[in-house]
Ligand binder design. Structure first.
Ligand SMILES: [Fe+2]
Ligand SMILES: [Fe+2]
Length: 165
């Protein structure tokens, strides 16, 4: 049996991962409408990764004899001013997710749920990558500014993101 608070926090994290899926898919949709296919591809891959995160937690809760309780997922924003604004928000969002994971690590430690604490180490590492990748693109977009050719070049680069990771 899982500690009730740990179980509640993990269920809430499942919601947050699915919200991340929604957020990035909404951003992918805007990039599609801007005909920035590379950015759209990058965001769609990012979105699907978030569903994998949710499902990892789902499997852990079940394996530990807990109960998955799915929650309502908020609608994401629909319109952003620019690619730069989207990646600024994506980076801020990942920072919040990192904070959330860290809180659950601390909770698991307090409740002496070693299995969950160890399980979450994968997420701690993953968040380092997620923050770094969104921040890198955000910074490139800050350099590019309103330069069209720069944006097209970055679009081509992001279109190469592998779907298997
Ligand atoms: Fe995630
Ligand atoms: Fe993420």
């Amino acid at each position: 049996m899982m500690n009730e608070k740990v179980q509640g926090a993990l269920n809430d994290q499942i919601r947050k991962e699915f919200y991340s899926f929604y957020l990035y898919l909404s951003m992918a949709g805007q990039f599609e409408s801007m005909n920035l296919k590379g950015f759209a591809h990058w965001m769609q891959v990012q979105a699907f990764e978030e569903t994998k995160h949710a499902m990892k937690i789902y499997a852990h809760v079940n394996a530990r004899g807990g109960r998955v309780v799915l929650q309502q997922i908020d609608a994401p924003p629909v319109n952003w001013k620019s690619a730069r604004e989207m990646f600024t928000q994506a980076y801020q969002h990942e920072q919040k997710v990192t904070e959330s994971i860290n809180k659950i690590v601390e909770l698991a430690r307090t409740k002496k749920d070693n299995a969950t604490e160890v399980f979450l180490q994968w997420f701690v590492n993953e968040q380092v990558e997620e923050e770094a990748s969104t921040n890198e693109i955000k910074q490139k977009l800050q350099l590019i500014g309103d330069d069209g050719p720069g944006l097209v070049m970055l679009d081509a680069e992001l279109g190469k993101r592998s779907t298997s990771s």
